[in-house]
Ligand binder design. Structure first.
Ligand code: PLP
Length: 412
């Protein structure tokens, strides 16, 4: 094959930017106008916990099949409030996977608890019960499970085992909102998985709804979900200055009426109205992302064992797509990612969410049980970006780029 790599001066496979997601679509923009109109008509300024927040929370809980949802100001806050609401013993240990956002780790620390970092599965950014178990001690009070890259963990197994060990379970669903746990362990040919939703297995679950997430609230935001009323009451208290607003006896207007010391993590009406619009098209967002992912998987079959997607299930709520480089060229992963980028494919060459690698992890002397699988995954993979507007054209471009690159690698 002629070596016409864009990196070496050849023509790019794609010379235009990737399709724009337009997260602030028609419905989201209309939602902002609706808030203005609603409060103008009511002759009132948009308050905390107003009409649009209640609407968003109710729709979210309904979509989960019941339970209680609380919208808050960010995803990190949702993790923090979720952890705090469990009222775990101060200083106790919380198991957390070694590939996540810093918001998950710092939420545990800021709640006065000790994170214990465990590894992922081999060739995967998700952890499993085996890795989690390796971190459990007499001091462990909870497991903070993160569904990475849109792919659900084997959360059913994690949940059963956590219960057996009397540990609380927090699910961080930020990267996989409304993903479903495939009952056939990923072998089914269903386009729309019928498995249980992530977020239903834990005592409480947290969601970031920042602007890049499939479910978003405009700029910043988060949701805490639980189907336990008592935990929901604690979530309400922890998300707004300890106020027991759930109680019939709550004395609104008396700031001294608080059950615990907590900060104000309230969101606002505009964010929640945008959240409702985003939620109402989330099924479509997930379906379109899945279609892209599953078609890409088929198109990339021919590149095995040189290139392969991270194992994923039919229930995924795709967020990004790790692409693994096989043994023969794995030491050239960064070079390959850069060649792909030069061809115009949108991707992240090196994922920085490996907790053990962080400067702050060393500075705080955080306990890391093991990180070799996460390190090896980072070393041999890069993350392809996607959004709901990616389709056939982007798949062809990835295929063409990989063909060019493989041709080049084989001649060098
Ligand atoms: C898994 C995970 N947890 C927590 C967070 C923190 O969310 P936020 O950026 O909204 O604070 C993020 C996202 O950034 C995330 O991906």
């Amino acid at each position: 094959m002629r070596d016409n790599l864009a990196k070496l001066g050849g023509p790019m496979v794609r010379d235009k930017p990737a399709p724009f997601r337009a997260a602030m679509g028609k419905a989201e923009r209309q939602a902002v106008l609706d808030v203005l109109a609603h409060y103008e008509q009511a002759q009132q300024d948009p308050p905390y916990e107003g009409f649009f927040q209640r609407n968003f929370e109710t729709s979210f809980a309904e979509k989960m099949g019941g339970g209680f949802a609380r919208a808050v100001s960010s995803g990190s806050v949702s993790c923090f409030v979720a952890v705090r609401a469990l009222r775990l013993p101060v200083g106790s240990e919380v198991i957390v996977p070694g590939v996540t956002d810093s918001g998950s780790i710092f939420a545990i620390i800021e709640a006065g608890l000790t994170p214990v970092i465990v590894d992922t599965m081999p060739n995967n950014y998700n952890t499993n019960w085996e890795e989690i178990e390796a971190g459990i001690t007499q001091q462990t009070s909870a497991v903070f499970a993160v569904h990475m890259a849109g792919e659900p963990l084997d959360i059913a197994t994690i949940s059963v085992n956590a219960k057996l060990k009397n540990l609380k379970l927090i699910e961080d669903c930020s990267q996989a909102p409304f993903a479903r746990v495939c009952p056939k362990q990923c072998d089914c040919k269903l386009t729309m998985c019928q498995g249980s939703l992530v977020g239903m297995f834990g005592d409480v679950s947290a969601y970031s709804t920042m602007y890049r997430k499939s479910l978003h609230t405009g700029g910043s935001g988060g949701v805490v979900y639980t189907n336990n009323e008592q935990i929901s009451n604690a979530v309400i208290e922890e998300s707004d200055r300890g106020r027991p607003k759930w109680s019939k006896d709550y004395r609104s207007g008396d700031p001294g009426h608080a059950t615990v010391s907590a900060l104000n993590f309230n969101t606002d009406e505009f964010s929640c109205a945008i959240g409702s619009a985003s939620l109402s098209r989330l099924d479509d967002t997930i379906r379109r992302r899945r279609e892209f992912l599953f078609s890409l998987e088929v198109a990339l079959q021919k590149f095995k064992p040189y290139f392969e997607l991270m194992r994923h299930s039919r229930g995924q709520s795709p967020f990004f797509i790790p692409l693994l480089v096989g043994d023969e060229f794995k030491t050239r992963k960064l070079e390959i990612a850069e060649m792909m980028q030069a061809e115009g494919v949108s991707l992240l060459p090196s994922f920085q969410n490996i907790v053990a690698d962080w400067e702050i992890t060393k500075k705080l002397n955080l306990k890391v049980i093991k990180s070799s699988n996460a390190e090896s995954m980072k070393a041999r993979s890069f993350n392809l970006f996607l959004n709901e507007n990616f389709g056939e054209r982007e798949i062809n471009e990835i295929v063409l780029s990989l063909e060019k690159i493989l041709g080049h690698l084989r001649t060098k």
